[in-house]
Design a protein around this ligand. Sequence first.
Ligand code: NAI
Length: 379
Amino acid sequence: MSVLGVLGAGAMGSGIAQVAATYGWEVQLVDINEEAIVTARTKLQKILNRQVEKGRMSDIEVKGIMGRIYFGSSMQAFEKADLIIEAIVENMEVKKKVFRSIETIVSTDCILATNTSSLSVTQIAGSLDNPWRMVGIHFFNPAPLMKLVEIIPAVQSSPDVVSRAQKIVDSWGKYTVIARDTPGFIVNKVARPFYSESFKIYEEGIADYATIDWVMKEMGGFRMGPFALTDYIGHDVNYKVTETVWKAFYYDGRYKPSFVQKALVDAGYLGRKSGKGFYDYAENADNPTPNTDQKSGKKILHRVLAMLINEAADTIYMGICNEESVETAMTKGVNYPKGLISWGRELGFDYIVELLDGLYDRYHEERYRVSPWLRDRAI
Ligand code: NAI
């Protein structure tokens, strides 16, 4: 039986353990915090019991999964592992330190992977004696449900390690895409304009948030509008991702955070979890009624879409991933109704470029610069 070591039994680590154990792997799930281990075991048992109640799994399957996961607090349990996935705090120094210890425990052909969302895999690998065996394996939350996994080779990774890691994750029923080690990888980079351009349209008073949400959901086919979605994610979390990507791209104006979201964070209006974000979640609260005018709705939708399509195009242009991967990433990672490049083709790349050039003429802001990939394809 293949053995997976997971470090960190929080939301992500437990989810990853569940996925691997479901596919027959033995999992050593390790956390420094004894309480986290107890919580992880209880929560996982509860999740699996619910699957039985819903008739999706049998008792025997659940016993099998739980029986393949060993919960512990010592990394010595990683001795026989074929692959380690680290899912601890998002802190470079702590991650470097734990990988240096892990390296002294595991065998030389054990693959070392990090689930980091925002740190450089290459920098983490830089702390290892054998950096070639390091790779990013980025799951989405919740790991058992989200179908996409980004595989991020470090600059030092050996091609064999990358292809082995990809094959393993594929065998766990996931869609994998290879992403170059750049800030936000694919999904967290390409999705930025969904929020930022919508916030800008709102900030400028072009439409209120309920209207923009209505447009994106009802006219665009997105599962949730950007305001309802960030209320759901939490503005502290979403703002932090935006700020991290912006800083990591050397303050490129394209990723600039928005004042309106910063103000919510400062006020403690973090969204659903604090009862108020853009929307008020109190009973009988007075939230705006969307304006459902199709003509102004189309203008808003196309402006946000143009920005998303441009970001997807530039991600290909910069060699972060290929066209097929960016399409898979956005449809499987964040459930977009269509791949952004196919959407662009459908609307016409020339039309998208014209829209962006118009916005650039109006604002003279960096965010509206057209990707050469898109311009080359606009006739
Ligand atoms: P979490 O806070 O739920 O869990 C982290 C766990 O790591 C805690 O149980 C903590 O006790 C443990 N831990 C901390 N330092 C440790 C150490 N030195 N040795 C062993 N265990 C240690 O965090 P979460 O949300 O599960 O995230 C973990 C990682 O996954 C982070 O790198 C995060 O960026 C990444 N990630 C998170 C996603 C999310 O939506 N939450 C999505 C994708 C990646």
